[in-house]
Design a protein around this ligand. Sequence first.
Ligand SMILES: Cc1cc2nc3c(=O)[nH]c(=O)nc-3n(C[C@H](O)[C@H](O)[C@H](O)COP(=O)(O)O)c2cc1C
Length: 178
Amino acid sequence: MKKLLTAILMGSAMMATTAEAKTLVAYFTLTGNTEKAAKIVAEETGADLYKIELVTPYPSEYKEQTKLAKKELADGTLPPIKPWPENIGEYDVVFVGSPVWWGTMATPVRTFLASGVLKGKTVIPFVTHGGGGADNSFTDTAKLCEGCNVITDGWSNYSSITFGVGRWAKNNLEKIAK
Ligand SMILES: Cc1cc2nc3c(=O)[nH]c(=O)nc-3n(C[C@H](O)[C@H](O)[C@H](O)COP(=O)(O)O)c2cc1C
């Protein structure tokens, strides 16, 4: 009984810690892998969820996707995205999830990061990839997101594997709260 009470008290103390910073999980996905991780991060931290969507959707063929992404990265194109939540200014911490595209954050996520809307916020990136790892994703997030406090110790995993993402997200919020 004593153990149970201690566990309940510890649980509520942790909830108080994670509830202090108003948190958003923003993510882009083409095939659902990053979305799966993003939903876990939101569930585990009590954060709100925002799906980054393109004004003009990406082609459905993989070959066409990689061709277009390569071109956008080469010429610095930031493809227009649909409006983000109106209350985005209220968030202190924003987890930003992306698939790895050509070794970095996907171009729609680059649009979001470079928009200036995250200025002054703590930004914590996470990515899913196809075997190449996070590569330059986290350092590029810091470069793109001017005036943001970017935590470059991001989370990454292969494809739809989400192992550890919830714990990683909570740890980050706990560190920020200290
Ligand atoms: C345009 C494009 C470029 C990609 N480039 C890479 C890459 O450089 N390294 C890598 O490991 N995976 C790469 N991938 C694979 C994706 O990162 C991986 O499948 C990811 O989990 C997809 O996430 P999603 O389902 O959220 O879209 C690429 C996929 C696409 C469509």
